[in-house]
Ligand binder design. Structure first.
Ligand SMILES: Cc1cc2nc3c(=O)[nH]c(=O)nc-3n(C[C@H](O)[C@H](O)[C@H](O)COP(=O)(O)OP(=O)(O)OC[C@H]3O[C@@H](n4cnc5c(N)ncnc54)[C@H](O)[C@@H]3O)c2cc1C
Length: 217
């Protein structure tokens, strides 16, 4: 599997509320598994130019997608992103990580915590049949990819959207954990920690919880 650095170009950048969606060209021979991540260096730019992002697209898709967000004042990196024009060069390194489909499971609950949805989008897009897959999508601001997830219901996806912490807790309770289920949880360290703790109180064993932690938030 390709694991090095490769050049890519920006196709588009879209800004909605506090969220940024990037599409980049996939470098020749670039191979990764759905759910993995890479580092994205903005070439021909000054200062703080590299961040780690999950691939929001699956390997089956033509381009490489990234989804991110910013606070009231975007960081230097994010401000640079927002000013880029199509064709701008990037360097991608990767792939890294093992937040990937574990083949042995039949039923899965995906818990997307805000922008932590990015690797989960890739995992969902990677499967043709989503029966037995529940997506709990929690977030209080603009939610990336929501329209696409609505479309995935025709492939069997069951989606529960939540905006508040108590709604998230209720949604986790409704999944009625059994040992046949695997949980994929992605987001900031604090949010993933809280969900993991809640799942354990419901009787889910740690070995059935796979997590992707976005350090840096
Ligand atoms: C495996 C993984 C996957 C990730 N996937 C995504 C994703 O898909 N979307 C997304 O929005 N974010 C993702 N992140 C987090 C992302 O890398 C940034 O940390 C985050 O977007 C905040 O960036 P910022 O420029 O707004 O932060 P800033 O507030 O500017 O960062 C502050 C400081 O932290 C440093 N820093 C930034 N990121 C990291 C880091 N990861 N580790 C250590 N130091 C850091 C910077 O160099 C800077 O000095 C992921 C992180 C990891 C580890």
């Amino acid at each position: 599997m390709f694991k090095a650095k490769a050049n890519s170009e920006l196709i588009s950048v879209q800004h909605t509320e506090n969220k940024i969606e990037l599409r980049l060209t996939k470098p020749e021979g670039f191979d990764f598994k759905a759910g993995q991540y890479g580092t994205f260096k903005i070439l021909d730019a000054k200062g703080d130019t590299t961040r780690t992002f999950s691939f929001a697209s699956s390997p089956k898709e033509k381009d490489v997608w990234v989804g991110t967000q910013h606070g009231d004042t975007p960081s230097k990196y994010k401000a640079t992103l927002l000013g880029l024009k199509p064709g701008h060069p990037f360097e991608i390194k990767g792939p890294y990580g093992d937040f990937v489909w574990k083949e042995e499971e039949k039923e899965a609950v995906m818990v997307a915590l805000g922008v932590g949805v990015t690797p989960i989008r890739a995992l969902l897009m990677d499967r043709d049949d989503l029966s037995g897959v529940t997506l709990i999508y929690s977030g209080s601001s603009h939610k990336l990819y929501l329209d696409e997830f609505e479309g995935l219901k025709s492939k069997g996806l069951h989606m529960i959207e939540t905006s508040h912490r108590d709604e998230l807790a209720q949604a986790l309770d409704t999944t009625r954990p059994t040992q046949a289920k695997a949980y994929y949880v992605s987001g900031s360290m604090r949010a993933v920690g809280a969900v993991t703790k809640h799942l354990k109180t419901l009787g889910v064993k740690g070995k059935h919880i796979y997590s992707d932690i976005f350090t840096g938030y």
